[in-house]
Ligand binder design. Structure first.
Ligand SMILES: [Ca+2]
Ligand SMILES: [Ca+2]
Ligand SMILES: [Ca+2]
Ligand SMILES: [Ca+2]
Length: 787
């Protein structure tokens, strides 16, 4: 008898059966991976603790004996050791499992038992090797969904061509499903009563602008055509494991609908849609845009533009609404998404499509402002996206035919919902940055990739590449906010120069000096925009390229054979993301050529203006961030308890009225950067500049103008002057020019002075106060960026 056995015998023949039942029950949980390797359903289930309250010790033993004697040897050895023979380990010949079952008082003796058993096994002739069994920590590798169409959702888990999917299952396995995030589909309605939508439906985020009621249920049109919104909604948030249709990318998120496309659409309706319930809705998924006929140049008008800007300033408690837009389906008409103002906008995440092979489909448009691509249908041979459908007139509520960039944008919206679950305080710019940093370049015969100075590869066809949910979420988890938005605007450059016909071309340039960037503190670029006024008898004949100082070329204006518009471009803004992360300083060159012939009169570049958006990040900081993110891709932060602190959001009421604080305006030493406002010097800034030059003027400014800031230094006062300019601009001017807030969006009386170090009072608390903003100490913006 082993020396540790004392008192009552551990086993008796009578007890053994009972013990075996208990032990076997436990083993059936803990040992299925080993004992029945063919049982995938249980593989890796979290097993109970072997020790502690369970008090279980087990050993696997490999026996050295003739085959016919194995069973008997095992039984004898178990008895010698005072253990129970649990039988052979699965199909492994000669391998047995022995268990020790204590009597309830022996838990403290585990160490002694171990030593004794180990010594016995080590010395026993029949034991080839032995090993005490420890619980293995395993996570589920494959999720099981009973949704009948899940196996056809190749974009989620592509079994036919592994890797050609959004790489989301590992994220789900870590319980990241979009929980706490609301995505709204701005479209032709959402059938929210259908089984795959109803449990995730958010009536609070929804509205019907076509019928002006709270319910966005689609209405049948003559061709029963209003399926679009429901299909997009299903891609995002279809309910899993309900034995119905499919699974959404962010199946734990809430899904809302804004019905706006089923009827005449006006600028003001669009503006309302973009800001509707913007403290509830986090992400606006917009799978629509101007006509993709290859001859339209259009985008959001005055109010729509102002609403997009207002959304990124005030939406999501000041972190900024996320607007996801589809790049367009005008590929057959050589359309280009830089002629689409929604895609061009710096406030939108512009998403294109690739088919299941990763190739650019026939319908896809290309452009320099494309951020990334994700999957959708392609030509007839390619599989489309399987998703929820409006079950009107005996439909099944499920379709296998959703395609176009319309199907790609909602997948991106879903992936962003996953990001926001792990890091709710990502700003609208953080989301764009994370996409730029994590999208993956891949080979495609259509795509021409160029690597920019910051090391990012971009193609006009695929943006920065394929969205990858695993990479996005792991990066988001450790993402600290990018510094405040800095911008620079060149003067309006009057040229009046004619555009020669190919092979000649017109070249103009503007040099951005260190002094130009000093006020804003901008070091590296995000979007670069060029606003042009060009007259030309046939607009589609023009090709416009922009070179950043690094030499990175963006084809911002492509030729379009269908576009015979005789009026050219009037103050049209093209944007590019291709210089993202590059140094802002240096010479920007604009090259324009005419592919037509001498039969038409030549076009003229009337004027142009360069706008740079970026931040104070240095190239070295950019590189360091790239390194950090790649390190996070192992999943080490996502799996653990790691979490970065998030600044609290702002309490912004639903109506269009909000407080300017360091959280909503980006304030730097001497400069104000409300997103999109280009930092122009207005009358207040000019007056301040004059007064700040003398001690007397300075005293006067402090005493009369800024009572709340008696000790403010000249740079801080200069900044406050610019706040005044901004407010005059915002309240007084309609949004004719790029960047200004629209009428009714920001009124001076709705804004409050918040001296440095003080909390913003709640609206109405300090009536009659003027205007202002907090002045952070060393010129950094506050909570919104998490600085
Ligand atoms: Ca309705
Ligand atoms: Ca389902
Ligand atoms: Ca288009
Ligand atoms: Ca955009």
């Amino acid at each position: 008898m082993p020396h540790w056995r004392r008192g009552a015998p551990l086993w008796s023949a009578g007890m053994e059966a009972t013990l075996c039942i208990h032990t076997c029950l436990w083993l059936s949980a803990a040992w299925i991976p080993l004992a029945s390797p063919a049982g995938p359903a249980c593989g890796g289930q979290r097993a109970p603790d072997t020790e502690g309250r369970h008090g279980k010790l087990t050993w696997a033993v490999s026996l050295d004996a003739p085959e016919e004697e194995l069973e008997q040897r095992a039984e004898e050895l178990a008895q010698t050791a005072g253990l129970v023979n649990m039988g052979r380990v699965g199909e492994l010949k000669g391998h047995y499992l022995f268990a020790y079952q204590p009597d309830g008082h022996a838990a403290a003796e585990h160490e002694a038992i171990r030593r004794s058993v180990d010594t016995l096994f080590a010395q026993h002739d029949s034991v080839r090797w032995h090993s005490e069994q420890k619980l293995l920590k395993r996570s589920k590798r494959s999720l099981h969904f009973n949704d009948p169409k899940y196996p056809q959702q190749w974009h989620l888990n592509n079994r036919k061509s592994p890797g050609k999917d959004i790489n989301v299952t590992g994220v789900w396995e870590r319980n990241v499903t979009g929980r706490g995030v609301t995505v709204v589909v701005v479209d032709d309605g959402v059938e929210h009563t259908i089984k795959d939508i109803q449990p995730n439906y958010s009536p609070e985020g929804s509205y019907d602008l076509n019928s002006n009621d709270p319910d966005p249920m689609p209405h049948p049109d003559e061709e029963n055509g209003n399926h679009h919104g429901t299909r997009c909604a299903g891609e995002i948030a279809a309910v899993p494991n309900n034995s119905f249709c499919t699974v959404g990318v962010a199946y734990g998120s809430r899904i809302a609908g804004i019905r706006v496309l089923d009827g005449p659409l006006t600028d003001s309706m669009e503006a309302i849609a973009f800001n509707k319930h913007y403290q509830i809705n986090d992400i606006y998924s917009c799978s629509w845009g101007p006509d993709d006929d290859g001859k339209t140049v259009d985008g959001p008008h005055q109010l729509g533009k102002a609403a997009l800007q207002h959304g990124v300033i005030a939406g999501r408690r000041g972190f900024g609404s996320i607007f996801v837009v589809a790049s367009g389906n005008g590929g057959q008409h050589s359309d280009n998404c830089n002629y689409d103002g929604y895609a061009n906008s710096i406030y939108t995440v512009t998403i294109g499509a690739v088919d299941e092979t990763g190739s650019m489909p026939f319908y896809a448009e290309e452009c320099a402002s494309m951020l990334a691509v994700t999957f959708s249908g392609g030509d007839k041979m390619m599989r489309s996206i399987v998703t929820t459908d409006w079950d009107l007139q005996k439909g099944t509520g499920c379709t296998e035919g959703h395609t176009g960039t319309s199907a790609a944008a909602p997948l991106a919206a879903g992936m962003i919902a996953l990001m926001l679950q792990v890091r709710p305080c990502l700003t609208w710019r953080d989301v764009q940055h994370v996409i730029v940093f994590t999208a993956t370049k891949y080979e495609d015969r259509h795509a021409k990739w160029d690597t920019n100075q910051a090391g990012f590869s971009h193609s006009h066809q695929h943006g920065f590449g394929l969205l990858n949910a695993w990479r996005l979420v792991n990066a988001a988890k450790i993402w600290e906010s990018v510094p405040y938005l800095a911008s620079y605007v060149s003067p309006v450059l009057k040229e009046g120069r004619s555009i020669p016909v190919l092979p000649q071309e017109l070249e103009v340039a503007w040099n951005v000096t260190p002094a130009d960037l000093e006020l804003s503190g901008m070091r590296t670029l995000e979007h670069v925009a060029v606003t042009v006024t060009i007259t030309h008898p046939r607009r589609g004949n023009l090709e416009i390229r922009l070179f950043c100082p690094s030499g990175m070329m963006s084809l911002i204006g492509t030729t379009r054979s269908m576009d015979s518009d005789p009026n050219g471009f009037s103050d049209w803004t093209f944007s590019t993301v291709r210089c993202w992360g590059e140094e802002a300083q240096g010479s920007y060159r604009l090259l324009i050529r005419d592919i037509g012939d001498e039969s038409l009169r030549p076009g003229t570049l009337r004027q142009w203006q360069l706008t740079l958006y970026g931040s104070s990040w240095s190239p070295a900081e950019m590189k360091e961030r790239q390194r950090l993110l790649e390190e996070a891709m192992s999943g080490q932060y996502l799996s653990g308890d790691f979490s970065l602190p998030c600044p609290p959001g702002l309490d912004i009421p639903e109506e269009q009225r909000y407080t300017i604080t360091a959280n909503t305006l980006k304030v730097s030493r001497g400069t104000l950067h409300p997103p999109g406002w280009a930092g122009r010097a207005g009358p207040c800034s000019v007056l301040c500049a004059l007064l700040l030059g003398s001690e007397q003027g300075l005293r006067w400014l402090r005493a009369v103008f800024f009572k709340g800031f008696p000790s403010a230094d000249p740079p801080a006062l200069g900044m406050l002057c610019r706040v005044l300019d901004f407010l005059l601009h915002a309240g007084g001017l309609p949004d004719e020019e790029r960047g200004g807030a629209g009428p009714g969006m920001l009124q001076p009386h709705q804004l409050q002075v918040v001296p440095a170090g003080q909390q913003a009072p709640s609206p109405g608390e300090r009536p009659g106060d003027g205007v202002g903003a907090s002045v952070p100490g060393e010129g950094r913006g506050g909570g919104r960026d998490g600085v």
